[in-house]
Design a protein around this ligand. Structure first.
Ligand code: 13P
Ligand code: SF4
Length: 331
């Protein structure tokens, strides 16, 4: 067995699963016994989504964390999601099965540089996408997700000066649909930036009846060919309710699991990235969360997500502001 120091260096508990156990049943048993809630984002593997108590987009995961009465939250997703949960629930144990599960978008916005950007625009309201570190949220006025960004921006006075970070593609999209002129931080997600317009149009030629579903973290030309632009939950809802039977999906391919489960009679075609022969586009960080790591993290209650109290004290305000506006708008 590895030592705690070796686990710490790896960022997860690297212990083999005991032979002969029913891994999924054991995970469920431990969760029950320890009063732990297992939450999963739509981008983690299908088998983990199926095991979870709750699966959702970033907004729903934050809303769920805010109201859970479980003692332990196991966040099967990336680190900023665990941080948000910890900020909302400082007295609970928050676990993320692998601390290496970061986010290229959150990393594209280091807090110290973002702080300088904020200071250079003193009369501006600061909006940050939830895909940011706690330290970046700490210099923010209101947090948004892709599920409520439009409505939160529109809830501010028309002449309010706004800076928006870190996702430039989402910011450009919100500017285009609201007519605002938010000043944008130049960040991006390495997964969503890679979708190829040419390959999507080629798929559309092969499947002319298919509707194109696009996450707003994609680049403008991809967003502009979409039949529906939205958060993972919004794309799922559209797929369930729309009459079309075929969909080309331009977001991380994990969402296809729930789409296919909810609509077994429909066909979902993952849009490919531009730089490989791979048929779909995966977030390497989300895919670090495995059943083995989930099992070990529940067993040892490690790795835990911690947020420095002085950062958490500042970061809770823009997160709560987001939750309050969302509740008021029924989102
Ligand atoms: P959602 O808020 O749509 O779930 O997206 C989260 C995310 O990480 C997108 O890359
Ligand atoms: Fe971050 Fe992109 Fe992965 Fe979403 S898909 S968690 S934005 S790296």
């Amino acid at each position: 067995m590895l030592t705690k120091e070796e686990w710490t260096a790896k960022g997860y508990v690297d212990e083999p699963i005991p032979e002969g156990i029913d891994l999924k049943a054991e995970i469920r048993r431990m969760a029950r016994e320890k009063n732990a809630v297992i939450m999963a984002h739509y981008y983690v593997s299908g088998e983990i989504q199926d095991l979870a108590d709750f699966v959702g987009d970033s907004l729903a995961l934050a809303q769920q964390a805010a109201k859970t009465d479980a003692k332990i939250i196991v966040m099967c997703g990336v680190h900023f999601m665990g941080e948000t949960n910890k900020i909302l629930c400082p007295d609970k144990t928050v676990l993320v099965p692998d601390l290496n599960a970061t986010c290229s978008l959150a990393e594209s916005c280091p807090a110290d540089e973002f702080k300088k950007f904020v200071e250079a625009h003193p009369d501006h309201t600061v909006i940050s996408y939830v895909n940011t570190t706690a330290a970046t949220k700490a210099v923010t006025d209101v947090v948004v997700t892709s599920g409520n960004a439009r409505q939160i921006v529109e809830s501010l006075p028309k002449d309010e000066k706004i800076i928006f970070g870190p996702d430039q593609n989402l910011g450009n999209y919100i500017n285009s649909i609201t007519g605002r002129q938010m000043i944008l931080w130049n960040g991006a997600c390495h997964v969503h930036e890679k979708f190829s317009l040419e390959k999507i149009l080629e798929l559309k030629r092969q499947h002319p009846e298919a509707k194109i579903l696009v996450h707003p973290e994609c680049k403008g030309p991809v967003v502009r060919v979409a039949d529906k632009v939205g958060s993972t939950a919004a794309l799922l809802k559209f797929a369930i309710n729309d009459d079309a039977t075929e969909f080309i999906v331009a977001t991380e391919s994990g969402i296809l699991h729930e789409m296919q489960k909810r609509c077994p009679e429909k066909t979902f075609i993952p849009a490919p990235p531009n730089d490989s022969t791979c048929a779909c586009n995966e977030c390497n960080y989300m895919k670090l969360i495995t059943l083995q790591k989930l099992y070990n993290c529940l067993k040892y209650e490690w790795p835990q997500v911690e947020v420095e109290p002085e950062i958490a004290e500042k970061a809770i305000r823009p997160i709560n502001r987001m939750l309050e506006i969302s509740a008021r708008l029924g989102l």
